[in-house]
Write a protein that binds this ligand. Structure first.
Ligand code: NZQ
Ligand code: ZN
Length: 390
């Protein structure tokens, strides 16, 4: 078991009617707030009006930046960083899903430096030493950005989507998690969010470091929660219990708690980010397609015990069978859940993705070397996994 530091200083207001505390929390950081949001869902749902009312009640000066794209782009980050500088912004308020919160994190960091915010992501790897304070109001259960220290930004000009940039200064100071706000999330986005959360857990759970039993149990509980409640939320969008369970799982799947003692590089995420970079697909959908093929590729006599644990504890597969049989059934159950129950598209081909960019996407996934995850993967391995997704 590895040593680790546990430090997740994000204040969470969970549940209905918590927005009444928004003004008091924002006001702790100053007078001038930059409200950031995406393509307008918050205006359609009425959340925008509720948020603006709280800001006004707190007597704060409001600035706005809208139009943050899904798979947020560096240009949005640049715009936001510049606005922070131009208007002496004290605090940023991100209202949206992972894309809005991620972009806002790098606006907050960009506001504190003189260089282009893309320098945080390109070969310069400019360090993030400070950032303006960020508060988030989460509207979609998926990425965990509301409670983690990182984010993922795309640069369409270079076909890059980079997610390795983290800093404790990017942790939201406060996050508001109201499950009723997610009632309007479509069944498709609910499914993609479920696939994303599951992948965050798989990236840590599939690990040959077996001695943190407590964390394995915790992760199996979260997987069962997603498998139980995502289909309910898709059928009954206003089921509070389902939305609440998914929302809290979103945060805990990736807030640093589970990977503390199980440090290991992730596998499916670096691969999916390359696919999103070239084809701008929804992150959770890309993960759903890649994950079972990655599981199949990594299965061996050496790794089979982890699949057995997963199959037996999460899907209730009969343990009195040969290990390889259990492992294959576990992978089939995963596919059934992602492609059957959640109804997600199961191949790249169905999304119009062919083999054209597979070599370059594979090379970039492992930075031309080896992706040192559950099973170390080189470019050739990743190319094979991508081809198995076609
Ligand atoms: O833009 P608006 O109009 O708000 O609509 C969004 C968007 O079209 C809509 N939506 C969000 N909340 C809604 C809603 N529609 C109706 N009602 C609501 N309450 O949903 C669409 C998708 O939103 P987006 O923010 O893009 O989704 P998600 O939360 O899945 O974020 C995806 C991004 O996060 C990154 C992904 O790579 C991707 O760029 N990730 C961030 C991570 C992190 N910070 O740690 C980790 C993840 O692994 C992931 O890579
Ligand atoms: Zn993810």
């Amino acid at each position: 078991m590895n040593n680790f530091v546990y430090n997740i200083p994000v204040k969470v207001y969970f549940g209905e009617n918590q927005l009444q505390h928004l003004g008091e929390e924002l006001a702790k950081y100053g007078k001038r707030v930059l409200l950031t949001y995406g393509g307008g869902s918050i205006k359609r749902t009425g959340l925008y009006d509720a948020v603006v009312e709280e800001i006004k009640k707190a007597g704060m000066e409001l600035f706005e930046l809208s139009g943050i794209e899904p798979n947020p782009r560096i240009d949005s980050v640049r715009r936001g960083a510049q606005m922070c500088k131009d208007h002496n912004i004290d605090v940023l308020l991100a209202v949206g899903g992972g894309s809005t919160i991620d972009a806002t994190k790098f606006m907050a960091a960009g506001a504190k430096v003189d260089h282009d915010p893309w320098d945080f992501f390109n070969e310069k790897w400019a360090p993030i030493k400070e950032a303006l304070p960020i508060v988030s109001v989460l509207t979609l259960s998926a990425t965990g950005s509301e409670m983690d220290a990182g984010g993922v930004i795309s640069n369409p000009e270079t076909h890059d989507k980079i997610g390795r940039v983290e800093s404790p200064t990017l942790l939201p100071k406060v996050s508001f998690l109201d499950p009723t706000v997610t009632y309007t999330v479509s069944p498709y986005q609910t499914a993609c969010g479920a696939a994303d959360m599951l992948s965050h857990i798989f990236e840590v759970y599939f690990n040959m470091n077996q001695d943190l039993y407590m964390l394995d149990c915790f992760m199996e509980g979260m997987m069962k929660t997603i498998i139980k409640y995502a289909p309910i939320a898709m059928k009954e969008p206003d089921n509070y219990e389902a939305r609440a369970n998914l929302m809290w799982t979103s945060s805990w799947a990736i807030n640093g708690f589970v990977d503390g003692g199980k440090r290991q590089a992730w596998s499916c995420h670096p691969m999916e980010h390359e696919v999103s970079a070239y084809y701008d697909i929804t992150h959770g959908l890309g993960l759903a397609i890649i994950t079972p093929r990655w599981m199949e590729y990594c299965l061996s006599e050496n790794t089979v015990s982890k699949y057995v644990q997963y199959g037996v504890n999460v899907f209730g597969i009969n343990p009195d069978q040969p290990a390889m049989d259990i492992a294959r059934q576990a992978i089939e159950k995963t596919k059934e859940f992602l492609f059957g129950t959640l109804g997600l598209t199961s191949t790249f081909t169905a999304l119009g993705i062919n083999d054209e960019h597979i070599p370059v996407m594979a090379r970039k996934s492992c930075a031309g070397g080896v992706l040192p995850g559950f099973v170390p993967l080189n470019q050739q391995d990743i190319e094979t996994i991508f081809r198995n997704c076609l």
